[in-house]
Design a protein. Sequence first.
Lengths: 615, 602
Amino acid sequence: MKNKKDNKRILSIKNILYFMKLIFRFNPGLVIGNLFKSLLVDNLTWAVFTLFFTVRLFRMFEEEAPFKDIVGLVFVFALYFLVSSIFSSWFMQYYRPVKLEELNYKFLDMLLKKTLSVDISCYENKDFYDTYIAALKETESRAISILDCVCNLIGAFATAIFFMGVIVKLDFIFTIFIIIPVVFTYISQLIGVQLKYQYQQEKIPFERKMDYVKRMVLLKKYAKDIRTSNLLILFKKRYDEGYQGIGTVIDQYKHKLFVRNTITNIMGMPISFYAGWLYAAYKIMVVGSLQMSDYILIATAVVDARVRLQAFVDRSNELTEHGLYVQNFKNMMEYVPKINQNQEGLRPPVTPQYIMFKNVCFTYDGQTKPALKNINLKLPINSTIALFGHNGAGKTTLIKLIMRLYDVTEGEILLDGINIKDFNLKEYQKLISTVFQQPQLFAMTIKDNITMGNNLERNEEDIDCDIAEALNKSQLYHKISTLTDGINSIVTKEFNDSGVEFSGGEYQKLAITRAMFKNTPVIILDEPSSALDPIAEYEIYENIKELYIGKKNKIVVLISHRMSCALLADYVVFLEQGEILESGTHDELMNQNGKYKMIFEKQKSSYENERGLCE
Amino acid sequence: MKKKDFFHKIKNNIFVFQLVFKHAPRRVIFDLVNSAYSTIFFFLEHTYVYKFVIDCIQYDRPFRNVVYYIVSLFFGWLILNRGTDLYNTYFKEKDELKIVRAIQFDLYERAAKVDLIQYDNKEFFDDYVWNLNDVKGRFLGTYEAIITIVSATIGIILYGGFIISSDIFGIILISIVFIVQYLLNNKSNRINYQKIMDLRSLGRVRDYVKRVFYMQDYASELRMGNINLKFFDLNRKTTDDSIKITKKASKSLIIIEFISTYIMDNVAFDVIYILHLAYKSLILKVMSYGTIIALIRSQWNFTGSLNSLIYEASKLYQNSLYIDKYKEFLLIKSEIKSGEYKFNHEKIESIELKNVCFSYEENKPVLKNINMKINKNEKIAIVGHNGAGKTTLSNIILRLYDINSGEILINGKKIEAIDLESYKSCMSAMFQDYYLYAASVTENISLDIIANEISLANAILLSGFAEKLRMFEKGRNTQLTKEFDNDGVNLSGGEAQKIALARAIYRNSDIIIMDEPSSALDPIAEAHFNETIMKIAKDRIVLFISHRLSTAKIADKIFYVENGEIEEAGSHNELMLQNGKYAKMFNIQAIKYDVAALRSGT
């Protein structure tokens, strides 16, 4: 048990060193300046003032020195303070805040880059996700706290040693008054950290409930539900579950914590002060071996040494806590993704001839039931493949495997006969453009939202031309050309009231524009029209048909609920519970009289009768 | 004006104090007693002790006196230390939770009633988020500032009294320094406040960047393109801007800090005051050594108390701003006012819209001259392009927004004249963007803490969720989402939509409004859905918005909306015969099922 705790402490120290190295690498000036300020300016100035100045002054009183000597002494110190004040004003108000911004930048930059390299499956892992978000959210405040903490720790320690040295020189006995309480406090706090940590840990799930409610009430998207139901009462209940939960945790721990604190405090605090002062007074008044000015020296030094040592202990406990955080940070930074985002490898062909699934199985992390089982499928060039199936049949999973957002659990996916894992990942992904089921817009210009940072090396005019063409095809040109800033308008009102907002359908159209702009040999459309109205949908499909279907050396994968899409496809794959239930051309499947036909007929019939009517 | 400001500040802070006292009187009493006791004790322990002991030495008093004094200190300490810890471990946290809960609940209640239209107002939203996000820090911070001010004031009286009793000059010097420090502090606060305000919008950009990277929603897009590079640039640019702002503020701040730490502290006290004391003691011989050291220490502590008073007082101003926002928020008047008339077991028979116009922003009409009448037992479909105003139409019928002109009549009564709660209880809605909550299946359907068992069973059955429910071990008590429960279930889009449908059915209300109810459903589920609509439409009004015309077809009456106006209205057959825009839209959808037509390239 003891061993384990020691290890934890060592681990924590290692973590802090790791983090400090990082800060130093990012910003050596800040680290040195901060240390200098803590060590020399904050702590040393105080020591100089109390020990040299005050004590010296009183010695001069005792010796009844001439007044002009006292004036001289005062001015020497005034000069010293002048220098330290100039430094600390400059450092605190200019150098430090500027360097902190820089430090934050570097940490964020590093974390963002790391995020991108992390497997997408990590987002489904709650533990990982929590650690990650903690790392991302807290880095700024943690970095500066850790730096200050380390500097204060060193400063406090050095000053404490200095004060102790001064008193011990007068009388060795004083060591006892300082060391014993500190040792005692240190040991009991060591034990206490564990207790406190447990205590905090147990409160977390309850705090999360309360936070959840805050989030729900805060966001606009839940506002309508709250206004049309009694949801608020439900939220309050959830909040109270958290509230009462914390109360229970407090009741569980309060006795233990109080007893522990009583022991620590009584043993820790008063011995050094009161006993130390009494002893000093005794030495002066009864034994007569010390002078009056020594009393001032001892009385202040005892308190200060004690205060600094306590600060040292507090800071080191604080660091242990920080160490736990750094562990999260480190886990995140040292996570080795299953799919290396910078994976080198073969250059994929410019115009791939086919993509083939061979006995592919896939299971999501932490799940036992496979999402895809034994998929054998060939997607040849110049063809459109439509994937159908109920919600949750595995359609989206299948395309994610093609994109290499996940890697297969079993089997392999081949591109022109080569396992897709063997290609340079970024180059491979450049072959594919995808319209996601829920495309996301970013709070940037429309142009950025379409180019997505691709084709940066091309000249602006060409890019604008291509964008215009893509917008035309996706029917968005009209809307965007009416905007004052055209394609340079900012999307969403995130930062600016004049930002452009898009409706669901326009959202989708913009995503399609993206794909058209990227102009890749493999195109994946995941429910591209689910939010579109019939005419817009029709237009989009007409476009897709014209642009992609069956020509121009493309492989097109299409997912849709709407069976009418099947008629656009050369080949239809019907998935159920992760397996291919039926596959073939539309006509073949219709002749098979299977489930596909049944569903197709059902959807079709809801239109059929009426068509007769209007013709 | 200034005076008024001052009183306003004080009033706001007193308001917080009262609020804390109301919810946790124990906390207030403890804090007041504690701050008085500890300030006095600290004076005896770290200031007066020097005078006592040194005087004993200087005037050869017995050692016994020193022993008595220090032993009493020990007991004084024991009471203080254990008393504080007792409160802290047993009550402090609970008291805080209680206070925060009370304040947050007030805010939540208010938030739930704020007009939806306010959410589109960025300024409001910023304030709102600010308000809700940091209740704990702000309120308790304000309260603690007040307590610190009390402590500091006691300290000032105590140390000031001690200084005056021995030496008048000290108090004059300290007062001058205090005034200058106060002015300097005000100045630097103003600069810092401006700086924080300037940095706030940049902070939002950073938060956005972080959010994009940590949310799963964006993960795929980020990986498939190079948009990430833009975000890296954004981070750089934000940092450069922040540095600019910081640098701009730093010049004056450096000077202020220098004056306040060097001139007003080192020079004033360590030089002038000490020389004055030395003069009194050595040349005039009117002061004991013990008094000198106690005076030096008193001056430190007096200055310390003054500084903390200034510091906390300056926070009072910022806190007062916060309290203003909080109060403002609680006082936001709903534009949507409840009427008097209550439906008592009265069924809603009709909804009539007469010349209704509505816009979210001025001069951008979303609905123009809408006229429609809906009767009980009718299934109404509203169809049209995206952005035609369909969802807005449902929002105004739900009275989530109030119309600009025209009138909405419910059972012939103006919608404004009807009691809001009573009206809302007659309505249920299924929104286009529905969300699942971290709660049980039952709670997710009832959206309440209680649930009517029969309605619930009926809703589950009709919505088609029953099948899925059978797969859950804990049945209706199964938690949705993994937010709090690792055994919680994440539903797919279609399943979630069934829950949303069940919500609408559960309430058994006179009017059901559904916005794109079938968009995430697969064909079989959609067919099932249409049957459900037929079943539930009996005895009530069902209004659904759809661009899936196969669903619209089952409606008794269809309104085709374009650019905020009703272009066509009638039953499916009527509209098909009319051969207008609706017919065109329908044919386009239907044609896709016509193999021959499609292949010939129509």
